[in-house]
Structure formats: structure tokens, C-alpha cells
Design a protein around this ligand. Structure first.
Ligand code: C5P
Length: 229
């Protein structure tokens, strides 16, 4: 299990200060829409300058026609990030096209597919996908596995079933973690770190419980103690 910290603060300066305070830890940094749209490639470079060992997950959730997604995937690979994601609902052809295109890269980033966003509750999910979250997440995971992706983004509650349906080595990255019962915010399916561990989650993603804490470094320390007692 490896911790992934969401850098969702309102300026590059604040995100980099957070990264600076966490530079002593071997953790992942998640760069999402807000940070990447605003701060782009120089932000990735600035993170690497703080700690070249930081692993970077570019959370841009690609969703387009297969060729456009593969073009974008290639640009992402050139950025030198360690992981990125696409939407599983883009389909098998998009997945295969992306993976084929990345196959020529000696050190390609890990590719995950988003199954069901953790902000969905069952009723809202049904309206769009006409299936339960469990059913759809497992189906999306199987398609992702069959098309050579490395894992999926899901909630802790689907992690075990997804591994059973694919492989124990198929990665699960799970947002919606509230390590010590913090406020859920807009997340609907939140879990504690202990549950995430029990369900075999590979990457717990934690944003607000860390960056809204008055001492994010101490919070990370506390989290790592639970993860590696
Ligand atoms: O602040 P919080 O811990 O809820 O942050 C979760 C992070 O994970 C956010 O950056 C959010 O965009 C991201 N995310 C998510 N659900 C997904 C994929 C990504 O919450 N399915």
C-alpha cells in the first residue's frame, strides 16, 4: 500500500509548499485538473525538483475517441509522470489503442481506468449506467484488465471484488479515504484506512484530510503509522 496525496490547493505556491513539507516521505503526489490546468508541465517539473523520488500520478481522467486519447497518453508519457488515468467508459478500443501506443515507451507510466467515481451514490449512478455500482465497477475492471491496463480507480468497497474478478496484482487506487473519520465533503462512499488495507487497496488517495489539516506533515506521519505499523 502506498499513500497518494491529492494536491488540490488553490495555487501552485500552496501545493508546492505542501509538497515541500512532505519531501521526506516516499509517497505519491496526485496532480489533478485544478493544478494541471492552471500550472501545467512546469508544476510537474517543480515537484520533481523538490524530490526527484516523488511518484507522480496525473489524474486527468481522459475520455475521448481512441486516437485522441492515445495522442494525449503519449504526451503524458513524455512528461515523465509515473501514472495517469482514463475513463473506463471510453471503452475497450480506446483502452487497447492507448496501451498499444504506449508499448513503444521503455518506461511507460502505469495506466488506470476510472470505474465509478466515489462521489456517486447508488441512485445517481443507476440513472446514468443502469446498473449497480458493484456490477458496473466489476465489469469495467474486467474490460480494463483484458485490454492490458494496470489497474482501476474505484472505491474501497469494490476493491476486493475487482481483484477477485481480475488478479490480485491488478491495482486499485481508491479516493474517498477518511483516515480518522474526517468530514466526507462531496464524497459519498468513504472508508477508513484500516478498511482500505483489509480490502487490498494499493493506493489510498487522500486530499482534504491532509491539506486542510493545520499540520499536514504530522497528519501524513500519523497516516503512515497506520499503514506501516
Ligand atoms: O479531498 P479528497 O480526499 O476527497 O480528494 C480525493 C481526490 O481524488 C480528489 O482530487 C478527486 O478529484 C480525486 N478522485 C475522486 N474520485 C475518483 C477519482 C479521483 O475523488 N473516482
Amino acid at each position: 500500500m502506498e499513500l497518494c496525496v491529492a494536491l488540490d490547493l488553490s495555487s501552485a505556491k500552496e501545493n508546492l509548499a505542501l509538497a515541500e513539507s512532505l519531501k521526506g516521505y516516499s509517497i505519491w503526489m496526485k496532480v489533478g485538473f485544478r493544478a494541471y490546468i492552471r500550472d501545467g508541465k512546469p508544476f510537474i517539473e517543480a515537484l520533481k525538483a523538490i524530490n526527484p523520488e516523488f511518484k507522480i500520478f496525473l489524474d486527468l481522467k481522459l475520455y475521448d475517441i481512441p486516437n485522441t486519447m492515445a495522442d494525449a497518453a503519449e504526451e503524458i508519457a513524455k512528461l515523465g509522470v509515473d501514472m495517469f488515468n482514463i475513463h473506463a467508459s471510453a471503452g475497450a478500443v480506446a483502452m487497447k489503442t492507448v496501451m498499444d501506443r504506449l508499448s513503444s515507451y521503455e518506461k511507460r507510466p502505469l495506466v488506470l481506468a476510472v470505474t465509478a467515481l466515489t462521489s456517486f451514490n447508488e441512485a445517481n449512478f443507476q440513472l446514468i449506467y443502469e446498473k449497480t455500482i458493484d456490477e458496473k465497477a466489476e465489469q469495467f475492471a474486467k474490460i480494463s484488465y483484458e485490454n492490458g491496463l494496470d489497474g482501476v480507480v474505484c472505491s474501497t468497497f469494490e476493491s476486493r471484488a475487482i481483484k477477485n474478478a481480475t488478479s490480485e496484482a491488478f491495482l486499485t487506487l481508491c479516493p474517498g479515504i477518511r483516515p480518522f473519520g474526517e468530514d466526507a465533503g462531496d464524497q459519498q462512499r468513504v472508508a477508513t484506512l484500516e478498511l482500505a488495507q483489509k480490502e487490498g487497496v494499493d493506493y489510498p488517495v487522500i486530499g482534504r484530510p491532509i491539506y486542510k489539516d493545520e499540520n499536514p506533515q504530522a497528519k501524513v506521519e500519523q497516516i503512515l503509522k497506520v499503514m506501516y505499523p
